[in-house]
Each structure stands twice: as C-alpha cells, then as structure tokens.
Design a binder for this molecule. Structure first.
Ligand code: UD1
Ligand code: CA
Length: 466
C-alpha cells in the first residue's frame, strides 16, 4: 500500500499543467477579461483549473496578463502558481513564461490547456497523457473548422504541422481536422522547441503550434488524439460561442442530475450555475435556477420559477412556485411559498411553514412554526410551534441600527401586529391582532395594544359637493 502510494506520488510529481489565460479576448468586446466570462455561473478559467485538479498534477500554473490582478482575485486557490505574461505575444510566448517553473525531470510531462477551451474533460486529457509519443496534440474534426488552426498530415496520415487559419493556403483551409490547442509534451523536448520559436507569421506572434513541425523535423514522435465530441473542445472567442458552450454545459449538468435520479420536469429550463448536489427522487419543476453552492436532499420539490442560491434544503421539503431563496438553510419537511423570499442567514428547523409574500432575513425559526402570510421577519429568533399571524412585521430597524426580536415556543402572534425590536415575546404568549408591541410580552398571557372599539351613532359619510 505504502509503496504504490509513493509510486503514484512520483508520477504525479512529474506532470506540469500550464493554463494559458493571458489574452484579452478582443472578440468578446468586453471590459471583463475573456477567461473570467462565466460558464455555468463560474469563470471559464475555474472550469479549466477544476479539470486540471482531476489529473493529479504536481503543479498547476496559470499564465495571466491582461487584467491580471482581476484574474488572480477571481480565482480563490492558494495552490495555483501564477505566471505573468506582461505582453501577450502569442501562445508559445505564454508557455515560455512557465519555463523556469517547470518540473524538468527526465520523465516530466507538460500539459498545456487553454482557458478559453474550458469544457474538456479529464478522461479526454488522460488519453493524451497516456500516449507514449513525446508530443501529443488533441484534435477534432469539425464541419466548419473556420477560425481554428488546421492539422496538416502527410500521405501516410502522419501529423506534420499545425497551420493557423491566417497563415493557411486555400488548400489547407479546406482541412477539417483542427487543433484544439491542447498539447502534451515531454518537458525537456518542449523546452528546446520553445527556445526556437519565431514570430514570422501573419499575426507576428510566437505560436505554440509551431512546436509540432519542430518535433517532426527532429524525428520526435508526434501523435494526434482525436476527440470525437466537438462541443467538449470548442474554443470560446466571442459571445456566440460562449452561448453555445453554455447550452452544452447546461445539457451536460442536467443529464448528470437525471442520471443520478433527479427528475427534471422540463430539463431545457433547469439552469445550473454553480456547484450543485441533488439527491435522488428530488423533483425540479420547469424554469428553476440553482446558483452557487446548492445542496438539495432527497424528495425535495422545487416549484416552477424558483431561484435557489447558496442554500441547503433537507429531505422532503417542498418549495412552492415563484420562491426566491438565498443563503439559507432549510430543514426537512418544510413548506415554503408560493412567492416566498427567504434571504440571507435564514435557518429553518424541520416542518416549518413559510407562506406567500413572506420575507425572512437573519432569522431562525424552530420546529413546526408557521409564518403563513404577508409578513416580514428580520433579525428574529422564533421558537418551536409558534404561529406568526398574517401581516406581522418585525420592526427591526430604527433608522440607524438593527435590533432583535425574540419569540419563544408556542407563541401566537395575532394578525397585523408590529413587533418593535428589541423586544421579546415569551413562551406561550398570545398577542392580540392589530397590536404594536414595544415592551416584552410575558409568558402564557394575552398582551395587546389597541384602542377600544367604539361606534359613533348618527355619523354620516361625507357627500360629494355639487
Ligand atoms: C489557438 C490556436 C489554434 C487553435 C485554437 C483552439 C495558436 C497559435 N493557435 O487559436 O491553433 O485552433 O486556439 O481554440 O496557438 N493566450 C495567452 N497569451 C497570448 C495569447 C493567447 O495566454 O499571448 C491565451 C488566451 O488567453 C487563450 C488561449 O491562449 O486562453 C488561446 O488564445 P487565442 O488568441 O484565443 O488563440 P486562437 O486564435 O483561438
Ligand atoms: Ca481561442
């Protein structure tokens, strides 16, 4: 056991992954650097890093340049080795920035990923890494190869070079096998090729792709691994390609949920923008958006048009349509909505009911308590088995500071009451409807604050002037 571990570590130690992310992405026409544009709610670059992680690389290096600080700040990962490419002089020049950092053991391999090719899967990359050839390029055959570098093969179908579209002759432009950009190579070879790169081409850039012709020239074996599934290796250069990649990504995530036992009533309208975990037999109705870190336990139902952000929902809970839930933890067998707004730091125990047009914030609610209609419950703590009547407002804000409302167990708050915080309503208390409560209400008693009902005899309604 110990031995095989050590062996694995040695193998792992010798893989460098270099992710190219320095370009501006002019074709996006954006102030946001291209690699930070989002796919499934997360930067393209984050997807690449995730995939690299699955490869057990010794180190993951990211070459950044355009809006470099912004790029670094967007990726929360201490283990990334950041390398700056101050001027973006091409993909080859970008890899040159990693030279000093590369692990150069004789058995070391370097895998180059492009941050704008974010959907490639680890299994596909393993095919490259498993190749015995000193240089291996991931290719794909496309119906419309326009914009990509083309794979030039000889009569024997051996890869000879990669030619960029802008440098290609009309004959080469007809080639439908394209360079995905992803290359793996023995590090020592790669270093010698990088040193020899020239920029005598249409874009006056140092192309990484020129390494292929150098390898061929030196009789170093070059292999092409063909990816059969084009969307996985599509490059994202503009917003049309971004939208296409998003559609593909969503489809992939939806299918993965369904394969794991989740029912999607109308899969095409389920949106997954984050890292979601959904247990089996949970059902998601049409037009639901799950964003950020979302965990749904089994037998949960999410109603139509609901948005769930960074929240956890325990088993058997029903979210009725049109609810908006953010940064909340919801217990088991609760019922929420329709039209509920559950805001940050809401913690609901089991069997809680939150009805229509209720807003909660920074609030914990104990087991089986109910806030069924038209209420605002903010900065509050509610015990178990309490009933908060329709139209109850926690007046938490005095214009300067926020204050707490504490409500015990088995409390009954009559409809249309205002609880002016800081205030406590003790266990078993009843508050009469229409009360404005400014002092603590004692346990097990009826407290109310409203003027006595009066009837005025002989009163007449005003009449309209003629
Ligand atoms: C590149 C390839 C092309 C391939 C295509 C696949 C080259 C010369 N061309 O073209 O063969 O078919 O990708 O999608 O490699 N970058 C840097 N520094 C630079 C330039 C680019 O870090 O100086 C990064 C970009 O941020 C991007 C990636 O490298 O993530 C690719 O650059 P891009 O300009 O989009 O290359 P393509 O024209 O798409
Ligand atoms: Ca590109």
């Amino acid at each position: 056991m110990f031995n095989s571990r050590t062996q694995q570590n040695i193998e792992a130690m010798s893989l460098n992954v270099v992710i190219l992310a320095a370009g501006q992405g002019t074709r996006m026409h954006s102030e946001v650097p291209k690699v930070l544009h989002k796919l499934g709610g997360r930067p393209m670059l984050a997807h690449c890093i995730d995939t690299a992680r699955q490869l057990d690389a010794a180190q993951i290096m990211v070459v950044h340049g355009y809006a470099g600080e912004q790029v670094r700040a967007s990726i929360n990962d201490d283990e990334i080795v950041w390398l700056e490419q101050a001027e973006q002089l091409g993909t080859g020049h970008a890899v040159q920035q990693a030279e000093s950092q590369l692990n150069k053991n004789t058995d070391s391999k370097t895998l180059i990923l492009y941050a704008d090719v974010p959907l490639v899967q680890a299994a596909t990359l393993h095919q490259l890494l498993d190749s015995a050839a000193a240089c291996c390029v991931l290719t794909c055959v496309l119906d419309s190869p326009s914009g990509y570098g083309r794979i030039v093969r000889n009569q024997q179908q051996q890869v000879m070079s990669i030619v960029e579209e802008k440098d290609a002759d009309p004959h080469q432009r007809k080639i439908r096998e394209i360079n995905t950009g992803i290359i793996s190579a023995d590090t020592q070879h790669l270093l010698t090729w990088l040193k020899r790169l020239k920029n005598n081409n249409a874009q006056q850039e140092y192309y990484l792709t020129d390494c292929i012709a150098m390898a061929v020239e030196e009789n170093v074996p070059v292999e092409a691994v063909m990816c059969a599934h084009a969307p996985e290796v599509s490059g994202i250069n503009n917003r049309i390609q971004l939208a296409q990649a998003e559609a593909y990504y969503q489809q992939r995530e939806r299918e993965s949920l369904m394969r794991h036992g989740v029912t999607l009533k109308d899969p095409a309208t389920t949106y997954i923008e984050g890292i979601v975990e959904v247990a089996a037999d949970t059902e998601i109705e049409p037009s639901v958006s799950l964003r950020g870190a979302v965990k749904l336990a089994k037998n949960v139902r999410i109603g139509m048009n609901s948005v769930i952000i960074d929240s956890t929902i325990a088993a058997g809970t029903i979210i009725h349509p049109n609810s908006h839930i953010e940064n909340a933890s919801i217990g088991a067998h609760c019922e929420i909505g329709p039209f509920a707004r559950i805001r940050a730091q809401t913690e609901l125990a089991d069997q809680v009911k939150i009805g229509n047009f209720v807003e909660t914030k920074k609030t914990s609610i104990g087991q089986a308590s109910k806030v069924n209609h038209l209420s605002y419950v903010g900065d509050a703590q509610i015990g178990a088995h309490s009933n908060i009547g329709a139209g109850t407002i926690c007046c938490n804000y005095d214009g300067a500071n926020k204050h707490q409302t504490i409500i015990g167990d088995n409390v009954f708050i009559g409809s249309d009451s205002q609880l002016v915080a800081p205030v406590s309503i003790h266990d078993g208390a009843t508050i009469g409807a229409g009360s404005t409560i400014t002092e603590d209400a004692p346990a097990h008693k009826l407290t109310l604050s409203r003027s006595k009902q009066a009837t005025v005899d002989h009163w007449q309604r005003p009449k309209k002037n003629k």
